[in-house]
Design a protein around this ligand. Structure first.
Ligand SMILES: Cc1ncc(COP(=O)(O)O)c(C=O)c1O
Length: 425
């Protein structure tokens, strides 16, 4: 027995040491139950991953069937049917320039691989001096040191000394497209000759809840990238996989990124799985250059168990027409959130697209309003997702894509109660 360990209670070192969490017992569809029998409506899809909801039979079947065949191989020694099939499926549903796919496990890994690909692309083109990446304030691209370097998020503050000092521009203003010009200014200041890529979340998620850039923003961003020979990376780890209605949130514009990252919903919450979608232009850079990708990989990348689940997730999305459901239920959700904005002074704004919606909250009216709201919502049986970066604070409301109209109504009723609870404290 470990004399210094906990004699009873949890041996887990949680990020909030004093916070007690309920123990999840089981889950089905859009609902979770804890070990005390309390039911929660999961309007956060776990961590915005469970696009099919919980315990979806198709994902369970895929997991079981593939585990019985083969779960893991070294990706340098074998390819597999589900891995090849998932790559083909992702290429087929992506805009035309996407030609090849690589797999990883987490969103952070996918972002780091995307950045390395961009840097190697310019090396292949004889321009090794292009290695910097420009990103935005109030953004989140992941928790590893490379991805955190690109994230304008409070999580970076303690580790600042270890991060790359890449330039960052202002977050988009939802009502003013001219904010995008900051990218051009940053390129001129930094020297475009030293910049490999610009990375953006097409709909901002974790650090600036469900911020949708105004029409024309991505078109102008693409022009700026092209004018300065800079690649565009779209981080769709949260916004992709039909969450905003279309497969990629970027499809709302006429723009295609040179490299796109997917994560979260690709594994549906059943397995860790992420992907890097690579356009023809970038693939050609490698084909005409060294014909080798030096970006490295990860032990579990492209394991057949995960990719088989990924195939089942995409099939279930198509069979259930869940992209359309995200559009229809998303409209109801946003209308409901707008009613809450009108009724509750603590709500600064309601926004989003499809089933990636959120509320920005006013900390001057209720201190630490977002944290308070997440807790008050859990108290009434609703899971929502804490979002923001200390400066901009709020919550994401992003239920599974299988959500029904009656669930949307229930989400709004429960949120209304939770907002009233924090406002009356
Ligand atoms: C847009 C975006 N990129 C990357 C990540 C990092 O993904 P992961 O937590 O799987 O490493 C996240 C996670 O929230 C994200 O929202």
């Amino acid at each position: 027995m470990n004399a210094s360990g906990p004699s009873q209670g949890s041996a887990l070192l949680r990020s909030e040491l004093d916070r007690r969490l309920p123990t999840v017992s089981h889950a089905r569809g859009v609902f979770l139950w804890d070990s005390d029998g309390r039911r929660y409506l999961d309007a956060a899809s776990g961590s915005i991953a469970a696009v099919l909801g919980h315990a979806h039979p198709k994902a369970i079947d895929a997991l079981q069937a593939q585990a019985a065949k083969v779960s893991h191989v070294y990706r340098g020694s074998f390819t597999s049917e589900p891995t090849e099939e998932l790559a083909r499926m992702l290429v087929r549903r992506s805009p035309a320039p996407v030609q090849r796919v690589q797999f990883a496990n987490s969103g952070s890994e996918a972002v780091e691989i995307a950045v390395k690909m961009a840097i190697q692309y310019w090396q292949e083109r004889g321009r090794p001096e292009k290695w910097k990446v420009i990103s935005r304030l109030h953004s989140y691209h992941g928790n590893t040191l490379g991805a955190l370097s690109l994230s304008g998020h409070a999580r970076r503050s303690r580790f600042e000394k270890l991060l790359h000092p890449f330039p960052m521009v202002k977050a988009p203003d939802p009502f003013d497209v001219t904010a995008v010009e900051d990218f051009e200014r940053a390129l001129l200041e930094t020297g475009a000759d030293s910049v490999a890529a610009i990375i953006v979340e097409p709909i901002v998620g974790a650090s600036n809840p469900a911020l949708v850039p105004p029409p024309g923003y991505h078109e102008r961003l693409r022009e700026i990238c092209d004018a300065h020979d800079v690649l565009l990376i779209a981080d769709e780890v949260m916004s992709g996989m039909h969450r905003s209605g279309t497969f990629l949130a970027m499809e709302e514009s006429t723009v295609t990124a040179d490299i796109t990252t997917l994560g979260k919903g690709l594994g549906g919450g059943y397995v860790p799985l992420s992907a890097i979608l690579v356009s023809e232009r970038v693939v050609q850079g490698f084909e005409r250059g060294s014909r080798k990708l030096e970006t490295g990989g990860h032990t579990y990348a492209a394991n057949p168990l995960a990719t088989a689940v990924g195939v089942s997730v995409l099939e279930a999305i198509d069979e259930g027409d869940l992209g359309q459901n995200a559009v229809d239920r998303g409209q109801e959700l946003l209308q409901g959130l707008a009613r809450l904005e009108a009724a509750h002074p603590v709500v600064e704004s309601a926004r989003g697209r499809g089933l990636l919606c959120g509320l920005v909250l006013d900390d001057r009216l209720v201190s630490d309003a977002a944290r308070e709201l997440v807790d008050a919502a859990a108290d009434v049986g609703l899971m929502i997702y804490l979002a923001g970066d200390g400066e901009i604070n709020g919550v994401l409301v992003a239920p599974p894509l299988i959500v029904a109209a009656e669930h949307i109504q229930e989400i709004i009723v429960l949120l209304d109660a939770a907002l009233s609870a924090i406002e009356s404290r």
